[in-house]
Design a protein. Structure first.
Length: 158
């Protein structure tokens, strides 16, 4: 005679005299100190919490998903644009992607620019919008006509 699940009576036993469904309901991941961030969190894998595990082992998948979802462009193009510098001031450390014409459906490489967070914020601030937009338009025209830009992004220009 085969034992039944102690919770629901199902004849399929998984572990601790429970079926898989009942066992999974009562399972709690053990608390650990994450090796990466040092916080007390539920164990995900490799001694890491869920956030650190995703960041360290699945970051490329997350970046690819976000590039497609928010910018509607392939990850390779996103990386090429982000590997450059702010078109206005030359800052390289943290960059935002901006659509020059404001149309998020227009994903032409000539419509996308990398901006530092400060200049990106100025472009969307009502007091500085017109002045910043004129400066951006001037820089974009110069960039779009340069040979190095055309050569670097030739496979994305239609």
């Amino acid at each position: 005679m085969q034992p039944n699940c102690v919770n629901c009576g199902s004849p399929e036993i998984h572990a601790k005299q429970k079926c898989y469904k009942c066992y999974k309901k009562g399972y709690k991941a053990p608390l650990i100190t994450c090796k990466n961030c040092g916080r007390q969190r539920e164990h995900k894998s490799f001694g890491l919490c869920g956030g650190c595990h995703t960041k360290l082992h699945h970051y490329d998948k997350v970046k690819e998903y976000n590039a497609r979802k928010y910018h509607k462009i392939p990850l390779e193009l996103y990386r090429k644009l982000m590997a450059s510098e702010c078109i206005i001031c030359g800052w390289r450390k943290t960059l935002d992607l901006h659509h020059v014409d404001g149309n998020h459906d227009n994903t032409s490489v000539t419509n996308l620019v990398s901006l530092c967070p400060n200049h990106h914020r100025l472009l969307h601030h009502p007091e500085h919008k017109s002045e910043s937009r004129q400066e951006l338009q001037r820089e974009v025209e110069i960039r779009n006509q340069s040979d190095s830009f055309l050569k670097h992004f030739k496979e994305y220009i239609t």
